[in-house]
Ligand binder design. Sequence first.
Ligand SMILES: [Zn+2]
Length: 236
Amino acid sequence: MYRYIYDRSKKQLCFMCDQPADTGEHIPPKCFFTTSIRSSCQLLTVPACNYHNESTKKDDEYARTVIATGSSGNKLAWDLLEERVFPGGSRGLINSLYKKMAPVGILDSSGEELYKFDLERVRLERVIKKIIAGIYWHKNGSRIPDEYTIAPYYWDPKMEGNQWNMILSLPIQHLGHPDVFQFRYGEVANDKNKVIIAMAFFAASHIILSSICSVEFYRKMKLLKLNNSRHEGEAT
Ligand SMILES: [Zn+2]
């Protein structure tokens, strides 16, 4: 069960600032879940001011799309793309993703070419930092203190064995649905001011700088891009 949650009847402060909360913000963002998961699982909401609820909506969609794309072998990630992105999605997002796609020069197991696109790290980090702040609030019932810095760092095969083993020794927890979002949370034994939160989306995905996608995803994006261009042509 969730430890601290948004409760409309209580006077709570925003999970990211000292403003009174007006609304509940989903952690991770609601757009990471399909309709069926939204209706069958309990999602975590934390108290948020209007600004911190609204300010990253477009970044949330961007992060959702690129992370799900990088995990498109995972059924729930693909279902999400089918439900939320391929039917039309946000036109600006599709156009900008398509523009960045390039063949990697590697074939997948069925001999089809793989594509990749470079990720917009700043946008991704905005969403990751918000999820970190949400998990911290959920665990502590208060926002991250000012003297903390949030420093996202990414899984790196060269990471020291001890550090990696420490992270792996923390219990796996999940929010919403275990196949969509898992995390590990732990305080560093010799440093009271250090908290480590490790996250995995769609049971597999580590966040990296470019995302490899299947040719099927590429084709769908190309089709959507063509449709968008046609609509834009009609409008002028
Ligand atoms: Zn706020």
